[in-house]
Design a binder for this molecule. Structure first.
Ligand code: ATP
Ligand code: MG
Ligand code: FE
Length: 360
């Protein structure tokens, strides 16, 4: 199966062509993976502006799709389907991507697959690694922070999530507070490298409570208070604040990961203990190391797909489409979501495998 994927739910305009495994030992292959980030358009506003994002997607999507097809060296007659993010995300962008995908699918006479963006993140590790169900997923991005149980294609269970800010959002707000550029994650990480994580005592919110929920709003407030008390915030103080913040986040994630792994072992005593990390925050070296460490002590396998596939991209959308097509083919079903509407909100546990079902 060869699928064209399209992703426009946030601030990346992306198109990719992926070919599935051939069933005779050849693994799946990413034929092209074109990503155009809109960071430059949003930088001066210190965050993503939805209206600007939607217009920027319209301006470049045709070209990005053409590039992805050319790089893959396939024509529209050679693909089996067009897969596009149908939600969740910024509605303007989702409309642009889904409608473009519908038009291409219709013109090419191919089925259209409406993909849940989070499902793309959840299944990516099966494209890059030899990974069987069930496994744990930790999704840490600008918009999401959650532990998911991935039991099969279309079979997801949310085990816990942030009750306020997403971690990427907390990184971005920390950067803004300290006058660092957007996006905040890489800037905070750079500063933290030269900082003393112990100078400021920052909280590890919710860790005294059982379960897998997390909270980062209190950490942000504590950081602001510490910065106010430390006036003036010189370069070294900013570095120490970044280091303290990053250490607190790493500690919380490592702690929750240990809990998630023991929960997983209870539920699936015979399965290999595996946790996959996805989302832009997974690029953070200290967080990666903390998770890796937590896995090692728990005797679990830690899977971190390459950075380019952890952040928003269209290869993950094409791949989710392939996984669905293969299930449908085995069941003798024909999939086509040409009538599906975009969904700004679409929890992953409402994504079912039997019927693609965005909006159904
Ligand atoms: P969604 O939540 O819908 O997947 P998104 O665009 O916010 O969308 P990504 O593109 O996956 O998600 O990730 C962007 C986020 O990752 C930003 O908040 C950014 O600050 C954060 N980030 C990127 N690099 C790092 C890093 N090295 N350390 C920490 N955070 C990072
Ligand atoms: Mg993004
Ligand atoms: Fe994403």
């Amino acid at each position: 199966m060869t699928v064209l994927g399209i992703e426009t739910s946030c601030d990346e305009t992306a198109a990719a062509v992926v070919r599935g495994a051939d069933g005779q030992g050849t693994p799946p292959v990413i034929l092209s993976n074109v990503i155009r980030s809109q960071i430059d358009e949003h930088t001066e506003f210190g965050g993503v502006v939805p209206e600007i994002a939607a217009r920027a997607h319209i301006a470049v999507l045709d070209r990005i799709v053409a590039e992805a097809m050319a790089e893959a060296g396939v024509g529209f007659d050679e693909i089996d389907a067009v897969a596009a993010t149908a939600g969740p995300g910024l509605i303007g962008g989702v409309i642009v991507g889904l409608m473009t995908a519908k038009a291409i699918a219709m013109a090419a006479g191919k089925p259209l697959l409406a993909i849940n963006h989070l499902e793309g993140h959840a299944l990516t590790a099966r494209l890059t690694d030899d990974l069987a169900f069930p496994y744990l997923l930790l999704l840490v991005s600008g918009g999401h922070t959650q532990f998911l149980l991935v039991k099969g294609v279309g079979d997801y269970e949310r085990l816990g999530s942030t009750i306020d800010d997403a971690i990427g959002e907390a990184f971005d707000k920390t950067a803004k507070l300290l006058g660092l550029p957007y996006p905040g994650g890489p800037a905070v990480e750079r500063m933290a490298r030269e900082g003393n994580p112990k100078r400021f005592a920052l909280p590890r919110p919710l860790l005294d409570r059982p379960g897998l929920d997390m909270s980062f709003a209190g950490l942000k407030t504590a950081l602001r208070n510490a910065a106010e008390k430390a006036q003036p915030v010189d370069e070294q103080t900013a570095r120490d604040l970044c280091a303290g913040f990053q250490r607190a986040v790493s500690d919380v994630l490592a702690h929750r990961t240990r809990t998630a792994l023991s929960l997983f072992a209870e539920r699936f005593p015979d399965a290999e203990k595996v946790i996959v990390v996805a989302g832009g925050v997974a690029a953070n070296s200290e967080i990666r190391a903390a998770l890796d460490d937590a896995c090692r002590t728990a005797g679990a396998r830690f899977v971190a797909p390459p950075h380019r596939l952890c952040t928003d991209n269209a290869a993950m959308i094409a791949w989710a489409g392939i996984e669905r097509l293969e299930i449908a083919a085995r069941a003798g079903e024909i999939l086509d979501d040409q009538s599906v509407a975009p969904r700004p909100r679409w929890p992953l546990d409402e994504t079912s495998a039997s019927l693609l079902g965005a909006g159904k």
